[in-house]
Design a protein around this ligand. Sequence first.
Ligand SMILES: CC(C)(COP(=O)(O)OP(=O)(O)OC[C@H]1O[C@@H](n2cnc3c(N)ncnc32)[C@H](O)[C@@H]1OP(=O)(O)O)[C@@H](O)C(=O)NCCC(=O)NCCS
Length: 206
Amino acid sequence: MTQDPRFFTHDWRMTIPGPGTIKFVLSPITPASLSSFVTIYNEPATPEEHARLVASSIKRRVEVKTTGKLLVAMLYMATDVHRMEPLGHGAIARVTPDGTVPSVGNIGIKLLPAARGCGAGTAFLRALLRLSCDVVVDQVEIATMHHNTAMRAVAKKVGLNETLEVKYSSGGEGEIIADVIYFNIDREAYRNVEMELLFGDEIIWD
Ligand SMILES: CC(C)(COP(=O)(O)OP(=O)(O)OC[C@H]1O[C@@H](n2cnc3c(N)ncnc32)[C@H](O)[C@@H]1OP(=O)(O)O)[C@@H](O)C(=O)NCCC(=O)NCCS
């Protein structure tokens, strides 16, 4: 699998058909681990929280850079790239400890409530699956709960096959964090999704 490192070194913008034109950009939030991703994921989904997360994430980006764990992309989704009002965020986060073979990246999406139910989630998942082709992990998966009918419907719509398997936090001892898993997704099948991709300047990581 050929990966393009510019996804993590340069600004870029991905435009993908959806309800209107949806643009995705690499945001400053690049958490290096699932725990930091979960922290973000569980934040209340309000525009104010998004703004706060972007501000607080700049420190995280530095941390990611210095530890060399830049395996995660956080996308913001916007209908109007000039105003960049977020509709939601998503990420591909490495969930396996360093050195684990195979390494696994987990895809997650969260749309603001007002953005749900009009096709944006489907477009977003396609964008993340396309991006996952350029993330250096051995496997990519999605984990959700059986009662999350919206996520399961979106996954089905893009052609993913679910497996009913319970996943616990803390390596098997903790609470149930998922009971529907999309294992070892065939990422290459999404490399050619319909989209426009534009790379910009190199990002100054300071
Ligand atoms: C899950 C989520 C990303 C789905 O995105 P979305 O934009 O609402 O979904 P879409 O509008 O693209 O819908 C895609 C399909 O799912 C169906 N769907 C959407 N919401 C649904 C629901 N609540 N129940 C059943 N089906 C649903 C739609 O009908 C559509 O199918 P259709 O085109 O055949 O009608 C979004 O609802 C969300 O952010 N939820 C909160 C966070 C979350 O649960 N994230 C996933 C955690 S693993």
